[in-house]
Design a protein around this ligand. Structure first.
Ligand SMILES: Nc1ncnc2c1ncn2[C@@H]1O[C@H](COP(=O)(O)OP(=O)(O)OP(=O)(O)O)[C@@H](O)[C@H]1O
Ligand SMILES: [Mg+2]
Length: 328
């Protein structure tokens, strides 16, 4: 390099990190003596398709209603794209689309009439409304039903119409409270496909459900709440890693397995050995163990076995174990 050439110093990057789509800090809601939401700290990034999971009474609807500005928190704060749900409620309403778990539909109205009505509520100019209504109907796959009476639509179609309604003002963040509940498997798959399309359109989608396995292939991140408290937030795969108590192996020992059980029970890495339906279930204390000693020790002790395999603990089983089926 020529000694006189100017030194190029790269400009310092001053870009602020992107705003979270949703951030709650110490979010709490009490109903009389009952704490429905207990100091919830949750961050949801823009562009996430986020699963909000919990059993009945866990606090999902309470959280979504607070984020939708329909319910005041008792303590703590919640922000949607930086807007405080209490102090800037109007700004929050502009950026969200909230689909409650139960919503009344106007059975005697036609599909387009219904959406046009909500378009007018959001002050979409009348000249633009027809196109907007067509766009959202296409998005949810209801274009062919535009002239139908709402009362004549199937449950799945009514759910999709509900989704079309919350899309009418092109919100950035969707809060969907159990949008697939009561739908048959095909309608569920259709609903999930629409949500994936909305994610491709760069929307942030928060979807609640009490079935973790239903969302495992859909969502990139999930939060699990139980009795108003956050017990997990992160990638779906992390649920199993964080929540499963330890590795589980099954061993098939023909005939009497009591000696095998006795030998394995003496190992410090193992927490429990039990016979279940002619198999021996071996539970390890953690995930961070090398289980290769298992066949070695059996062979050394002269114990014959005809099968040995790792238990692929189902996600739903992990979830049930974590939440213990507690309801309030
Ligand atoms: N208006 C209310 N008055 C009193 N208690 C309430 C009220 N709304 C909710 N709760 C209680 O708050 C707790 C959380 O309820 P929430 O509806 O948020 O749970 P959820 O996770 O949505 O449950 P579900 O899966 O049944 O919809 C429950 O114990 C519920 O009984
Ligand atoms: Mg609910």
């Amino acid at each position: 390099m020529n000694a006189s050439s100017p030194t190029i110093i790269p400009a310092a990057t001053t870009e602020a990190p992107p705003l979270p789509a949703v951030q709650t800090i110490g979010l709490t809601r009490v109903y009389g003596a009952m704490t429905a939401l207990n100091s919830l700290n949750l961050t949801i990034n823009q562009g996430d398709l986020f699963g909000f999971i919990g059993s009945n009474g866990a606090g999902k609807t309470t959280t979504l209603r607070i984020l939708a500005t329909f319910l005041q928190p008792s303590a703590g704060t919640a922000r949607v794209l930086g807007h405080d749900v209490v102090k800037d409620a109007d700004a929050v309403r502009h950026v969200i689309g909230y689909m409650p778990d139960f919503f009344g539909v106007y059975k005697d109205m036609e599909v387009t009439e219904y959406l046009d009505f909500f378009g007018a509520c959001y002050k979409i100019p009348s000249g633009k409304r027809e196109q907007t209504v067509s766009d959202v109907l296409e998005l949810v796959g209801l274009s062919e039903k535009r002239g139908a009476l709402i009362g004549a639509l199937s449950r799945g179609m009514q759910q999709r119409l509900g989704l079309a309604r919350v899309l009418i003002h092109d919100p950035k963040v969707l809060l969907l409270d159990e949008p697939a509940s009561g739908l048959d498997p095909r309608a569920r798959i259709e609903m999930m496909a629409i949500l994936q399309e909305l994610q491709r359109m760069k929307k942030t989608i928060i979807i609640s459900s009490h079935i973790l396995s239903e969302l495992q292939n859909l969502c990139n991140r999930v939060a699990i709440i139980e009795r108003g408290q956050l017990i997990y937030s992160g990638p779906v795969q992390g649920v199993r890693d964080q929540m499963a108590a330890g590795l589980v192996y099954w061993v098939t020992v023909p005939g009497d397995s009591s000696r095998a059980i006795e030998i394995l029970q003496a190992r410090p890495e193992i927490s429990e050995v039990v016979a279940v339906d002619g198999q021996v279930k071996v539970s390890f204390k953690s995930h961070d163990v090398d289980p290769s000693f298992l066949p070695e020790v059996l062979v050394q002790c002269g114990i014959k076995f005809t099968g040995l395999w790792e238990d692929e603990l189902g996600l739903e089983e992990v979830f049930l174990r974590v939440t213990k089926g507690d309801t309030q």
